[in-house]
Write a protein that binds this ligand. Structure first.
Ligand code: AMP
Length: 542
């Protein structure tokens, strides 16, 4: 017997329709690439998205066509997204921090037919446009007055292009399982792999992200997604915010402490999200200026492990609650969030910080388990770690073009490549990437634990732990650290600081100080480069 309820396919443009119907005048505030702060509303964004769709359709772009975006977080980028999705296209976010050759490789792989690009990235486009055979159209997200003389041949300014669009376009009726978006994973090894989101997966993800124990956002929130739309869908916020009718504040290309602080303060932001590197810059700015965060209530920190010292500072010095989150491009991206269940609500001080070092529990829509190498499920005891596997309606079922099949099993589980344990309350803690974990005497040492501990040292800004070949133990830990400006911590002081806080055999065999640690395009420590750099390093314990 089938249910007798209406068929109402879960389509992304219904999110912007809802925002315009219920929260029409709620603002979207953007720091524009041209400079000034620009204000629009959900009603206007919907209207302009319809124009984007009309224009694309009129120029012959079709259902299923991949349309790339190379842009910062701003209202025009959101209009482009909804317009592309609403005419049946597939938005494809490109990460401008990749090398031009990599971007061109990704665009050719996805066969992108058009590109929406911010002014900032025109120099990149000049390099990649001749390499991408499928590319037929470039729209620059600006107006004619700001089009630079050296813009690529045939590129048109967005505002004038939009003004010529026919009105009265209607969103395409589609199956909810059709593709609507695409994003390539950073690919620290091998070629980048394409993740293809569907309308259904994006709508379900936006709902699950908004839940009270996940991001917990509402129409009363003012949301600043510092995490870029090109990094795993801005963690779903470009969809969750209009879904709940929250005011959106978009930072454009400026992510330094002073610029982010200005938006937090003038727009009275209540909720924000980004990777730890961004928060390091903001906290430093706050410390230097003595400024406070009177409006901000919650900050979501993820993308890489949130250092304990960072959580402590936000909560104790600025009264801002930290939600540690974990996810992946392949998961749309949310996988778990560190909000507190009744079982852990009572924790305060150091005990609460211990709990917040974990990446939290899975919201509805994510199933999670840890297994050993033979796929045997491991106990939820908060210490036995193994391969973290997930499945759910917003988790990839395969990569575009069939790459990486070995990560998906017959029962629908996706092997995340992360190593983790899960406790009796379901709280998961990432201990490593499977390929980064240090194997010492047949046992595993968590590099994330070592790094978190090292950055707790008052004079250390950033630290990375890597395994160095050792004749007896196979591998032993080396800490590569960056000192805070004006400080000169020593190897001995760091070793003394770490001593007693972890098992003796987890203690680093050596510490080296460098001026900079290499990062990937998504802000993670580039372990492959570091390992290469230190491949001939000889430990004093050899
Ligand atoms: P990406 O798809 O670029 O977002 O990268 C996903 C990977 O980032 C995950 O598989 C983890 O290795 C890492 N990651 C994300 N969030 C966290 C976190 N909170 N703690 C530790 N690692 C994280």
């Amino acid at each position: 017997m089938l249910g007798l309820m209406q068929q109402w396919p879960l389509l992304c443009h219904k999110i912007i329709d809802h925002a315009a119907a219920q929260h029409s005048r709620r603002e979207i505030v953007s720091r524009s690439i041209e400079g000034p702060i620009v204000r629009t509303t959900y009603e206007q964004v919907r209207e302009r998205s319809l124009r984007v769709a009309a224009r694309l359709a009129a120029e012959g772009f079709e259902r299923g066509d991949r349309i790339a975006t190379l842009a910062w977080n701003g209202a025009r980028h959101i209009e482009a997204w909804y317009g592309i999705m609403g005419m049946g296209g597939v938005y494809h976010t490109l990460n401008p921090r990749l090398f031009p050759d990599q971007i061109a490789w990704i665009m050719n792989h996805a066969e992108d037919k058009a590109l929406f690009v911010d002014l900032t990235f025109l120099p990149i486009v000049a390099k990649i446009a001749p390499l991408v055979k499928s590319l037929k159209k470039i729209v620059v997200l600006t107006d004619a007055a700001h089009m630079p003389a050296g813009a690529p041949a045939g590129a048109v300014p967005y505002e004038e292009w939009l003004a010529e669009a026919a009105t009265g376009f209607e969103w395409l009726a589609m199956d909810e399982n059709e593709a609507c978006g695409m994003c390539y994973t950073s690919g620290t090894t091998g070629d980048p792999k394409g993740v293809v989101y569907s309308h259904r997966s994006n709508v379900l993800h936006a709902m699950m992200a908004a839940l009270p124990d996940a991001m917990g956002v509402s129409s009363r929130d003012v949301i600043l997604p510092v995490v870029p739309m090109f990094h795993a869908n801005a963690w779903g916020l470009a969809q969750s915010a209009p879904m709940v009718g929250a005011k959106l504040v978009m930072p454009g290309g400026k992510m330094d402490g002073a610029s982010i602080y200005e938006l937090l303060d003038t727009e009275k932001v209540t909720f924000t999200a980004a990777v730890p590197t961004v928060w390091l810059m903001l906290l430093q700015y706050l410390e230097e200026t003595g400024k406070k965060l009177p409006y901000l209530k919650k900050v979501v920190i993820g993308g890489s492990a949130c250092p304990r010292a960072m959580t402590k500072k936000f909560q104790e010095n600025y009264d801002v609650e930290v939600i540690h989150a974990w996810g992946m491009t392949e998961m749309s991206p949310l996988g778990s969030l560190g909000t507190q269940k009744p079982e852990t609500m009572h924790l305060t001080g150091e005990a609460k910080l211990d709990m917040q070092e974990k990446q939290g529990f899975a919201p509805f829509g994510v199933e999670m388990k840890v297994t050993d190498d033979d796929n045997r499920e491991l106990p939820h005891d908060g210490k036995t770690f193994g391969r973290l596997k997930v499945r759910g309606p917003a988790v990839a079922a395969s990569y575009y073009g069939g790459a990486g099949q070995e990560q998906f099993d017959a029962e629908g589980w996706f092997d995340t490549g992360d190593v983790a344990h899960i406790d009796e309350n379901g709280n998961m803690q990432i201990t490593d990437r499977a390929k980064d974990v240090i194997k010492s005497g047949g046992e595993w040492i968590s590099t994330i634990t070592l790094e978190n501990l090292a950055v707790g040292h008052p004079d250390i800004a950033e630290a990375a732990a890597i395994g160095i070949r050792h004749p007896k133990w196979d591998e032993r830990p080396l800490i590569v650290a960056v000192a805070k400006p004006g400080k000169s911590p020593t190897r001995e002081s760091l070793i003394a600081f770490m001593d007693g806080k972890i098992a003796k055999w987890w203690m680093p065999d050596d510490v080296v100080f460098v001026s900079e640690i290499p990062h990937t395009a998504t802000g993670k420590i580039q372990k492959t480069t570091l390992r290469e750099q230190f491949k001939d390093y000889r430990l004093p314990t050899e």
